[in-house]
Design a protein around this ligand. Structure first.
Ligand SMILES: Cc1cc2nc3c(=O)[nH]c(=O)nc-3n(C[C@H](O)[C@H](O)[C@H](O)COP(=O)(O)OP(=O)(O)OC[C@H]3O[C@@H](n4cnc5c(N)ncnc54)[C@H](O)[C@@H]3O)c2cc1C
Ligand SMILES: *[C@@H]1O[C@H](CO)[C@@H](O)[C@H](O)[C@H]1NC(C)=O
Ligand SMILES: *[C@@H]1O[C@H](CO)[C@@H](O)[C@H](O)[C@H]1NC(C)=O
Ligand SMILES: *[C@@H]1O[C@H](CO)[C@@H](O)[C@H](O)[C@H]1NC(C)=O
Ligand SMILES: *[C@@H]1O[C@H](CO)[C@@H](O)[C@H](O)[C@H]1NC(C)=O
Ligand SMILES: *[C@@H]1O[C@H](CO)[C@@H](O)[C@H](O)[C@H]1NC(C)=O
Ligand SMILES: *[C@@H]1O[C@H](CO)[C@@H](O)[C@H](O)[C@H]1NC(C)=O
Ligand SMILES: *[C@@H]1O[C@H](CO)[C@@H](O)[C@H](O)[C@H]1NC(C)=O
Ligand SMILES: CC(=O)N[C@H]1CO[C@H](CO)[C@@H](O)[C@@H]1O
Length: 489
């Protein structure tokens, strides 16, 4: 310990010294870009640098890039990419900054390309599509579309970014009805490693189009997405809060909800449990995509008495506005998937309430856990196939995507928080494997850095993704220079 502190101090001194002596190559690159782009370049000495480099979701991903570039349009971005690639400099790409994977959307040294100024929303009522900048938050997208009484298949928490969510597949309240978020993209505008702007759609560069539906930052930088729009505006739903004791009953109800003969695709739920915080217990988020109170699809939950009930008729945007972004300092999460099975559900309920890791996490400073169960119907997967397919390798079965969030306070607890949470996920995976319900899919948007997400897309899909990456990025820039995030194996 003492030795590494001394070593760190020495390294710090060397850095301080060399930055006085001469500009680092990254600094020189930043200066070159600044000459061309002016105030689109934020340097370490600028007033906004601190806020931008610590934006935003989790302190575990804060970093110190040599500079942050916020290009305003595709032409500027092509200049930035050509210049950075020409210098073989390391870089990262950020849209909303909500990834919890260190280095995925931020970088120490190197250039952070921040998409914040790609922020326009254009609605084409004739084609029924919305073209949205990749640097937007979902709130801005939905509120721009609300006057037209339409929405898009997008994120469920309004502060989250558009770019990363879509490129990771994207789970929406509209998924059972229309597929994943990526399945509803009709065109990606992309700046490739060669510094050119291309469209990727069913008709232009269809291989790239397919690859981007879950291919993350492995192929290029997306400037805007054209998304199908749907006539959905007024809805019913909100949250019901229960004590943790209600969990077995809630699991029974969730089992019934998922196994009826024809699940209503307008109905969606997310069930969450907070075993480290007895005052919250469990929260059921119900969303019905029509203005109809208490639809039949939610009948299995009716007999469980909530502590609080906020369900009501409201617009879908209002419903999502009511879901606050939790205030956490350090965050990680893990994902796991399994099919619908009564016995497995009760084994999971046991793990959630009794695993010794729960107490170990509670014992960390501000240690907290949130489990989230996200039921996905086979209809969501089939909708993806119908719109041309994606590389995710999903099977058309009714399944649940579990997300396990962990929050804590101190950097020195990073490893423990990681290990305890992983250990719980391993227990759940063991149970689902033993009962034959394991689903070989790890949802990227809910996955930890060390979960092998793309590996699980399947051999054939991985081979196709790699071939596509070689075609559009022959020098493997998005593997070697933009090396953070979920990379091709
Ligand atoms: C409170 C909360 C709620 C959430 N709810 C949902 C949900 O409902 N559905 C869901 O699917 N996910 C959800 N997520 C997960 C979310 O999708 C991921 O955190 C995702 O990474 C966020 O996207 P971003 O643009 O904010 O991320 P960033 O951190 O900016 O980016 C994530 C990754 O995508 C890459 N990337 C981003 N933009 C581009 C681009 N334009 N071109 C190329 N690569 C790019 C980045 O390099 C990075 O590797 C939620 C997360 C939080 C914190
Ligand atoms: C950047 O400079 C241009 C003029 O040079 C100005 O119009 C613009 O508002 C500035 N942008 C920001 C974010 O300061
Ligand atoms: C949206 O719906 C409201 C209420 O039904 C209606 O008054 C309004 O004209 C609609 N707007 C558009 C652009 O269709
Ligand atoms: C992409 O498609 C749009 C809409 O069809 C078109 O206006 C634009 O010129 C295309 N861009 C490229 C680089 O081909
Ligand atoms: C999934 O559930 C729906 C009803 O909710 C059912 O119709 C469908 O057959 C199920 N799919 C599979 C593959 O079992
Ligand atoms: C439990 O949640 C409540 C409400 O968010 C919060 O005020 C409280 O601090 C939490 N307690 C613990 C132990 O995390
Ligand atoms: C958690 O802390 C309490 C109080 O310090 C202690 O009694 C308990 O053994 C700890 N539990 C674990 C699992 O470490
Ligand atoms: C976390 O787990 C890894 C791998 O098993 C182990 O090497 C490491 O020591 C663990 N860290 C802590 C703090 O327990
Ligand atoms: C710069 C920025 O977006 N900061 C936000 C980070 O997240 C907190 C709470 O989650 C917000 O209050 C900040 O505005």
């Amino acid at each position: 310990m003492a030795r590494s502190t001394v070593a760190q101090a020495l390294v710090g001194l060397l850095f301080a010294f060399s930055s006085v002596a001469r500009a680092s190559p990254d600094q020189a690159l930043c200066n070159t870009i600044k000459t061309k782009l002016g105030n689109d370049t934020v340097e370490a000495t600028d007033g906004t640098y601190e806020a931008l480099s610590t934006e935003n979701w989790s302190q575990t991903v804060w970093a110190k890039p040599a500079c942050i570039i916020q290009p305003s349009n595709a032409k500027e971005l092509t200049y930035v990419v050509s210049t950075v690639v020409g210098q073989k400099a390391k870089f990262a790409i950020r849209s909303g900054g909500h990834s919890v994977v260190p280095g995925a959307a931020n970088i120490n040294g190197g250039v952070l390309i921040d998409m914040a100024r790609f922020n326009s929303v254009e609605y084409d009522a004739n084609k029924k599509v919305a073209t949205v900048g990749s640097g937007l938050r979902w709130k801005e997208v939905y509120t721009a579309l609300d006057p037209y009484n339409v929405t898009v298949v997008g994120g469920r928490v309004l502060e989250v970014g558009v770019g990363g969510l879509i490129l990771g597949g994207g789970l929406s309240y509209l998924a059972d009805l229309h597929g994943l978020v990526c399945d509803n993209v009709v065109n990606f505008e992309v700046v490739t490693a060669k510094g050119t702007v291309v469209n990727a759609s069913a008709t232009s560069n269809p291989d790239l189009f397919w690859a981007l539906k879950g291919g993350a930052n492995n192929f290029g930088i997306v400037t805007k997405f054209t998304l199908k729009a749907y006539d959905i505006h007024d809805a019913w739903g909100g949250v019901r809060v229960y004590s943790l004791d209600a969990l077995p009953a809630l699991f029974d109800a969730m089992y019934q909800y998922q196994s009826v003969a024809n699940k209503d695709p307008y109905a969606n739920i997310m069930l969450q449990a907070f075993p480290t915080n007895a005052s919250i217990g469990a929260i059921l988020n119900m969303v019905y995509l029509k203005p109809e109170a208490e639809p039949e699809a939610f009948a299995p939950f009716r007999n469980i008495t909530p502590l609080a009930d906020q369900t009501k008729l409201q617009t879908l945007t209002e419903l999502m506005l009511a879901a606050p972004l939790p205030e956490l300092t350090r965050v990680n999460w893990f994902s796991s998937s399994y099919t619908t099975d009564k016995k497995l559900f009760s084994q999971v309920a046991d793990i959630v309430t009794k695993a010794p890791e729960i107490e170990e996490i509670s014992n960390l400073t501000a240690g907290s856990l949130a489990f989230g169960w996200q039921p996905i119907s086979s209809s969501a997967v089939l909708a993806g196939h119908a719109s041309g397919g994606n590389p995710l390798g999903l099977q058309p079965v009714n399944q649940t995507w579990l997300v396990l969030d962990v929050g804590w306070w101190k950097p020195e607890d990073d490893e423990l928080a990681h290990n305890y949470t992983l250990s719980i996920i391993d227990k759940i995976d063991d149970a689902s494997k033993a009962s034959g319900n394991y689903v070989d899919y790890i949802f990227m948007n809910d996955a930890a850095a060390d979960q092998p997400v793309i590996e699980h897309y399947g051999q054939e899909n991985v081979a196709k993704l790699k071939a596509t990456a070689r075609k559009y990025d022959p020098d493997q820039v998005f593997q070697n220079l933009a090396s953070g995030g979920f990379k091709l194996p």
